[in-house]
Design a protein around this ligand. Sequence first.
Ligand code: ADP
Ligand code: TRP
Length: 320
Amino acid sequence: MRVLSGIQPTGRPHWGNYFGAIRQYIDLQDEDESYYFVANLHALTTVRDARLLAGYTLDAAIDLVALGLDPNRATLFVQSDVPEVSELCWLLLTGTPMGLLERCHAYKDKKAKGLNADAGLFTYPVLMAADILAYDADIVPVGDDQIQHIEVARDLAQSFNHHFGQTFTLPKAKILDSSAKVPGTDGEKMSKSYNNTLEIFEDSKAQRKKIMRIMTDSRPMEEPKEPTGDHLFQLYSLVATPDEIASMAALYQRGGFGYGEVKKALADAAERYFGLARERRAELASQPDKVREILADGASRARKKAGQVLARAKQACGLT
Ligand code: ADP
Ligand code: TRP
């Protein structure tokens, strides 16, 4: 089984990104073969500042390695380091019906808001199909907002195969378990756009401050509380050990405690949980050349595979 996924470099990762996506991608690195890339070509549709995009791209790679992606087991690279994918994208574009792309939500949503969409955004799903098909990926772990794009990749592969003969492997989406939405500091879904995030690599003092300000209800301290559904308890359950979670649940049910205590326990548990990743991140960030080496090695492995698939596709459609 070959697993592949792309991660857009668009900002600092928060707990929602980690528990809802990144951790689950990384868990799949033990499959036969896995490819992970930083999707900087896709990010170019929204990040229009050269320094910012270059910085975000390196940061995203550092984050992934710090969080446990092992470049010896998985192939980690930057999307734009594999030009074969852009060439394959053209081959696919020539067979892509306009109507198919008009129905894709990234473009449709932007148009519906009356915003100007460019051809990059319009053809975004075709580049994504090229990303997937270039590596003969079988499984593509994605959040539910990306399922439509995997369907497009399957459609394009199928129609190319039908027209030119068996060329591409048909990919399948593996939908990430987002059943447990991570709540933010205000109890709503954690999201950059709601300004309620706890970042994974935030300075621990700043994070502690944010945690101490998490909104809670104003029930009296003596009243026993049901832990399920309490966002502070949900956050705690993500980073505490099973024993700690059980004791905290008992404390809620017994009552007679202040939320301040829970927040302190949450800040401590978060520090323990992300401590190693934070150390690893600091170390990697101080050696950017080492990270660039990892990415160069990943790109060379990725190009080898993508080159084979591109040659197959060119042969199939008469570009010999
Ligand atoms: P944001 O809402 O902060 O802009 P993104 O849309 O960039 O986050 O999220 C990237 C991925 O992280 C999504 O595919 C989703 O699976 C996951 N994710 C984001 N926020 C949460 C959350 N609060 N709970 C669970 N998963 C989340
Ligand atoms: N569009 C994806 C996102 O925004 C990122 C991405 C680009 C991707 N190419 C991909 C994901 C290929 C999976 C496979 O999350």
